[in-house]
Design a binder for this molecule. Structure first.
Ligand code: FES
Length: 181
């Protein structure tokens, strides 16, 4: 009807566009378009939030894992396995890790990661008669001191875990570059 009126106004010499009323078609199109946009935003916001949420979440501070009684630790490295809960974006898992734990000459606890710093094989303690009282990697012959210092092949010392002793137990925390050597 309004289209018809507009047409009539043009026919009677009125300038179109000076004061135009909204047609029913325009009204419906704006209303439905606005409602549609509102509903789409309502659906999209949770999806966007789900997509970026893990990225925005603050990383949890390192969790300590109880590994062994302190009384069992000597200056001879021993290997211990422990489990950590890992969160990688949307994927959560429990991973079993290994540490070589010993006491240094001052009685401080040292927990070394067994991953060779050459190409990632696993080192063992006192495993090769040619390198007595050292960590040795069977893949390409890297060897390390009891504190993890790299003596050959590997470009860096073995990484170490943060450690603490609480109520007679050794706890390990985050892995980091070796600070002893
Ligand atoms: S990976 Fe250990 S020596 Fe190459």
């Amino acid at each position: 009807m309004s289209d018809h009126n507009n047409h009539k106004e043009e026919q009677h010499g009125k300038k179109p566009g000076t004061k135009r009323e909204m047609s029913r078609r325009q009204f419906l199109s704006y209303t439905l378009g606005g409602a549609g946009g509102f509903m789409a935003a309502g659906m999209m916001i949770p999806m966007i939030r789900f997509a970026v949420d893990p990225v925005l979440q603050k990383k949890k501070a390192s969790d300590w894992v109880k590994v062994v009684e302190e009384s069992k630790i000597s200056n001879v490295p021993q290997s211990f396995t422990f489990q950590v809960h890992q969160v990688d974006g949307w994927y959560e898992s429990d991973v079993e890790l290994l540490a070589w734990i010993s006491k240094d000459s001052k009685g401080n606890i040292l927990a070394l990661n067994p991953t060779c710093k050459h190409l990632g094989c696993t080192v063992n303690w006192n495993d090769n008669p040619a390198y007595k009282d050292q960590y040795y990697c069977p893949c390409h012959g890297a060897h390390y001191t009891p504190e993890g210092k790299n003596l050959a092949v590997a470009p860096k010392p073995l990484d170490e875990y943060t450690t603490k002793v609480e109520n007679g137990f050794v706890y390990v925390g985050q892995l980091h570059a070796n600070t002893r050597v």
